[in-house]
Design a protein around this ligand. Sequence first.
Ligand code: PEP
Length: 253
Amino acid sequence: VARKTVWIGTNWKMNKGPSEALAAAEALKSYQPPESVKPFIIAPFTSLQVVAEKLKDSDVLVGAQNMHWEESGSWTGEISPGMIEECGADIVLIGHSERRQHFAETDWTVSRKMAAALRHGLKPLLCIGESLDEYDYGVTDETLARQLKIALHNVAVEDLPNILIAYEPVWAIGAGGRAADTDCVARVHTSLRQVLIEIAGVEIGGRVPLLYGGSVTQDNARSYVEQPNVDGVFVGRAGWNVPDFEKLIDRVI
Ligand code: PEP
């Protein structure tokens, strides 16, 4: 698939402390992705700096998994945008469903984090997705449009070219999940594209990369990227092992 820039990233989640992460970064450093691919890894906070330093001049971008929206202050246990910037990260994940589900993140906090990331020159990777209940009730489109509109409420249209969006249905993520079928992903992404165009016009809204995530594997990754309005895939488990991640990328292109 040589027609477009394809974003392929993996979320390491709560895996790989500094030494394991450094070994993974060492292995990734010399990886040369196909020209159309932009690979990225999303590392836990304690590994962020070593990984970002190791991959500084490589083709692999590095991101954090979460961020607070304030600059500093009495927010025990939180990490500020400036701290992430100082670690050398390029990307920050905002609103991953595991944060929304288990750590009470809301559309309100997501919206503040989006604006804060952009103020610091970080590329936010906004995650949106409907729950199984919302899917069963047939309110997927409304749910995603609401999440997207609130997340982008504090973002200027001219900043939209600097963001990434991942559609990750909650029912498709993690060990108990099942991958969404490609027709469903194509339909949802087309509907998301319409919302983006409504917000920002065709020129800008038409270009924001839309990634699919949720039980993506080496076997099915390519079938998503072939769909209209799918500009990449965001994987968890299938990318934790570096050779597997590289194989997945090579099988998409
Ligand atoms: C994720 O959590 O973002 C994800 C896509 O996980 P997995 O690929 O393991 O389902």
